[in-house]
Write a protein that binds this ligand. Structure first.
Ligand code: NCD
Length: 305
């Protein structure tokens, strides 16, 4: 039985196959409309979500399966004090596969150790978010045609942003990927990402504070929201929340074919006027999230060809 805790749980070859499958699903949705007939997906969300939970549910429904689950800790027995381990044991009796999101780092891993069904980490605190990374990789590969030979700027909350941590982990496996890490001093990537992931693998990267300084060299700009819920005090959040705002003017500094990605939700970090720019790919990215989750469900259930 396979789980997905980190993007590194899939080899580069497996990942390629999964992205190929997602592209095929996009082109031939009818072929997959009954692939999961009779199967159930449980979504156990202890933290707010719109895209991740609903795209998982849409993915399973598109495959002909059904969904069950809860959308907040308050509406589950967690509010009565039940442990994640006990909850997953029980969910294993009700469903064939489970996606779990939890505010604590490592919660999905704990669940996977007690589970009788495949568990997918749908975000564990400020740690990892592997299915967002699959979405990001599919978006970049489909729209740019490659995952190697790119310079990617990651901008905003690189400290708490789990999507950033997972994406860096995944992209260092491709050739000639360069990172420009754009953040205020206080929101720089955690030391383990800088040392154990980037430096240890001899990956080229630089850390800068001004978005304007990075813009012209980027093939992909990955904007992120300042992660309000992970701050220890409101004052720091308020001071940092509008540190970066991507505007039409700043887009003029970018390459003609630079892609703008964002895992969403957006707060103020991308001005709505950028939405009409052909380089803005964040809503397309949300659509790709459904195809890639369909491919992942098929793969973990052993139903992919
Ligand atoms: C991200 C998350 O939950 O980490 N959202 C998502 O899943 N698309 C990003 C965020 O909340 O800022």
């Amino acid at each position: 039985m396979r789980h997905l805790m980190s993007p590194l749980d899939l080899s580069v070859e497996e990942l390629d196959k999964l992205l190929d499958l997602a592209n095929d699903i996009e082109k031939n949705p009818d072929k997959y409309a009954h692939a999961c007939d009779g199967k159930k997906l449980a979504t156990c969300f202890y933290e707010p979500s719109t895209r991740t939970r609903l795209s998982f549910e849409a993915a399973m429904l598109n495959l002909g399966g059904s969904v069950l689950g809860f959308a907040s800790a308050d509406s589950s027995s967690a509010s009565k004090g039940e442990s994640v381990s006990d909850t997953i044991r029980v969910i294993s009796c009700y469903a064939d596969i489970c996606a779990i999101r939890h505010p604590k780092e490592g919660a999905a891993l704990v669940a996977s150790q007690k589970s009788l069904i495949p568990v997918i980490n749908a975000g564990d605190g400020g740690h990892q978010h592997p299915t967002q990374t699959l979405t990001d990789l599919l978006t970049i590969r489909t729209l740019k045609g490659r995952l190697s030979d790119i310079t990617i700027g990651l901008c905003g909350d690189l400290k708490f942003g789990r999507t950033v941590h997972s994406l860096i982990n995944a992209l260092i496996r491709y050739k000639n990927v360069k990172f420009v890490l754009i953040s205020p001093e206080e929101l720089r990537v955690p030391d383990y990402i800088r040392e154990d992931v980037l430096r240890a693998n001899n990956v080229e990267f630089e850390e800068v504070e001004r978005l304007e300084d990075a813009m012209s060299k980027l093939d992909v700009l990955y904007m992120t929201r300042v992660q309000k819920e992970r701050f220890f005090n409101e004052e720091d959040y308020v001071r940092l929340k509008d540190y970066y705002v991507l505007t039409k003017e700043k887009m003029q500094l970018a390459k003609e074919d630079m892609l703008v990605l964002h895992p969403l939700p957006r707060v103020n970090e991308i001005s709505v006027e950028v939405d009409d720019d052909p380089r803005a790919a964040y809503f397309k990215q949300a659509q790709y999230g459904v195809y890639v989750r369909m491919a992942l469900i098929l793969t973990l259930l052993g139903l992919a060809e």
